[in-house]
Write a protein that binds this ligand. Structure first.
Ligand code: PLP
Length: 417
């Protein structure tokens, strides 16, 4: 954080501090490209559903009139069939540190996680344990439970504090010769704990296990190097920091050297070697396309292309720098404005261990969230008593953070308003 040049740091709570931070922000002007940026609404939920970009409205309209309406079924041959892998490569290049041919847009996050987990389990015969943490996102835990029943595997649960996440020591103590698969979130949806992906991956590999990373809360917010870190499998959401719109389909990354070995369980015609041959039996496609199943959801892939282009223009490292500055500012404001009211930071204080959101705990947060929504301040609430402040780096200003946290203080002081 840069403070004023005078010896004493500037008071973070004053409007002039927020204005200065916005003035000094090299990415400040990107915010104007989002729909709704000019409104006074405070949006703290870009980690759940990113704002649309202005260019997206035109892209969607053009798609209906020109591509769908004009090309009709020819669109599949001309462009749509290639789109899942083409956008996958873009996500890989811009956000994941992944070379081409390893990322593809497919089904929902949940379904892709299932496919990846099932494929990984089958690739480790003689090992029957899945390691997963108790504070992982519900879909990840529920899938692991279902798979354990389906495949006769057992779950080894890691207990984690809801304000932090899985540490290297903890994982090292849990994995062993029986571990088939480790399922982890890169950024914890509740606390924003940023897992040490290269180190945890290394620990799992040392035990002979595969690792599946859920990138839903990190892709587009935290840079990563999936290829260099030798990640096996990863799945991530596109409607959060990739602004793909409600229900936009997810992506899966499968390291090239696993693609010929892993077998995914939902063998549909689109993942087959030659879909239009419509042959008598299933043979998987070469490469990443074999992780597809049915007809690609093309409409759902349109909007994310605008956000990917924007992130590419800004650069992931600059996006992360702004993200850290925003969460640091939120943490400072919370200390000044909210700690006196008993609010406790439920996210890592160290920005190197924190993703793009900040969770603030207080017994009154459930009611506070409802009151904030009525005032057009939109965070969300997560049990046990957390107010989750999501700060999508390219669409959030420092002034917005200040106004939002001031509103939280007001609502906590007078809950009935
Ligand atoms: C948002 C999120 C999901 C969402 O899964 P869907 O199938 O898209 O509903 C999964 N995992 C994590 C960690 C998430 O944050």
């Amino acid at each position: 954080m840069t403070h004023s040049t005078a010896g004493r740091p500037a008071d973070p709570t004053t409007p002039s501090t927020a204005e200065r931070l916005d003035r000094d922000d090299p990415l400040a002007s990107y915010r104007d490209r989002f729909v709704g940026a000019a409104s006074p609404l405070v949006y703290f939920d870009g980690n759940s559903l990113g704002r649309p970009l202005q260019g997206t409205a035109e892209r969607l309209a053009r798609f209906v009139t020109e591509e769908w309406g004009g090309r009709l079924i020819r669109g599949w041959d001309e462009r749509w069939m290639e789109l899942p892998a083409a956008i996958g490569d873009e996500i890989g290049r811009v956000c994941l540190g992944a070379g081409p041919g390893q990322t593809v847009i497919g089904d929902s996050t949940t379904v892709l996680l299932y496919k990846a987990m099932r494929a990984a389990l089958a690739a480790r015969p003689g090992r029957a344990e899945i390691v997963v943490d108790r504070d992982n996102f519900p879909t990840d835990r529920f899938l692991a439970e279902g798979l354990a029943q389906e495949c006769g595997a057992t779950l080894r649960w890691l207990d984690v504090d809801t304000s932090t996440g899985v540490s290297a020591e903890q994982l090292a103590a849990a994995v062993g010769p029986g571990t088939a698969l480790v399922v982890l979130s890169h950024v914890a949806y509740r606390s924003a704990w940023l897992a040490d992906m290269p180190e945890l991956t290394r620990i799992a590999h040392e035990a002979g296990a595969l690792v599946l990373w859920d990138l839903s809360h990190s892709v587009g917010s935290v840079p990563m190097q999936l290829d260099n870190w030798e990640v096996d499998l990863a799945v991530g959401c596109t409607y959060k920091y990739l602004n793909g719109g409600p229900g936009a389909p997810a992506f899966i990354y499968v390291a090239a050297h696993h693609q010929g070995v892993l077998v995914q369980p939902i063998q549909g015609w689109i993942g087959a070697a030659d879909p239009f041959r419509m042959g008598p039996e299933y043979a998987p496609a070469q490469g990443i396309r074999r992780f597809l199943s049915g007809t690609p959801p093309i409409l759902g892939m349109l909007a994310m292309q605008d956000m990917l282009a924007l992130i590419d223009e800004a650069g992931m490292d600059a996006v992360r720098r702004k993200s850290v500055a925003l969460t640091e500012y939120a943490v400072q404001l919370a200390a000044e404005l909210l700690a006196p009211a008993g609010v406790v930071l439920a996210s890592p204080l160290d920005p190197d261990r924190r993703g793009g959101h900040v969770t603030l705990n207080h017994p009154g947060m459930r009611e506070a969230t409802a009151a904030l929504w009525r005032r057009d301040v939109i965070p969300d609430y997560r049990d046990p008593e957390g107010l989750r402040i999501g700060l999508s780096p390219l669409s959030t200003s420092f002034a917005e953070v200040r106004r939002g946290l001031e509103a939280v203080a007001e609502v906590l002081a007078a809950p009935a308003r």
